[in-house]
Design a protein around this ligand. Structure first.
Ligand SMILES: [Zn+2]
Length: 222
């Protein structure tokens, strides 16, 4: 499956008719948050593909519908707190980041542990039904100690690291940590999981057939 993942930054050429030529073979769009809903709606309308997403800490002000601040992008599936099968891939998500100021979509480490633990029954059920726990974990914030930063808003979540180490999805996609230098590490492995900071956009090709054991051989295109 070909995935276009987006996060944190509106990319001008994606928010233009060029998106059709550049991404005409994409099967699914994944948003890791902090993006205006009109941007996400533009992409999926142009490509005519489904969208799954989680919200970031800035999505309180990114709503396209001022009278409905909780409304997500039209046609998108909110992954927060759920585990679902999308186009043959088992996906789960957790929105937000570490709490650092009053506002929505921020949680303490303890609250994020609760969010992570709430996913566990669904992941165990996946294992029984499909022979694997999870293919893609989508979060806004990074895991503790991987692509995160020392300042409070950008510290990673211990619960995410535990989720990845325990259930070893093929991918953990996140955003939240902005990338300003080509030297910044945005692609790592945690066990057999490919961990990618999506900031801006990433194209990902998941080569394994759903239902087969996952390996770390999935190709990462950009
Ligand atoms: Zn953020």
């Amino acid at each position: 499956m070909r995935v276009l993942a987006v996060s944190d930054k509106v990319v001008p050429f994606i928010y233009s008719p060029q998106v059709r030529q550049r991404f005409d073979d994409v099967d699914l769009v994944i948003s890791c948050g902090d993006l205006p809903v009109n941007y996400l709606e533009y992409i999926i309308d142009a490509l005519d593909v489904p969208l799954v997403y989680v919200r970031g800490n800035h999505d309180e002000s990114n709503s396209y519908y001022p009278d409905k601040p909780d409304a997500g992008p039209r046609g998108g599936l909110d992954l927060h707190g759920t585990s679902v099968m999308v186009k043959g891939e088992l996906m789960a998500g957790i929105q937000g980041c570490l709490w650092y100021r009053p506002g929505l979509y921020q949680y303490t480490q303890r609250e994020m542990w609760l969010q992570a633990l709430r996913l566990v029954p669904g992941l165990l059920l996946n294992r029984i039904r499909y022979g694997r726990y999870l293919d893609v974990l989508v979060t806004h914030a990074p895991s503790w100690g991987l692509h995160d930063l020392p300042d409070l808003p950008h510290q990673g979540l211990k619960a995410f690291r535990w989720l990845v180490m325990t259930f070893q999805p093929a991918y953990h996609l996140h955003g939240h940590v902005h990338v300003y230098s080509p030297q910044t590490v945005t692609h790592s492995e945690l066990g057999t999981t490919q961990v990618i900071n999506v900031y801006g956009f990433r194209q990902i090709l998941t080569t394994d057939i759903a239902g087969q054991p996952r390996t770390a051989k999935n190709q990462h295109l950009s």
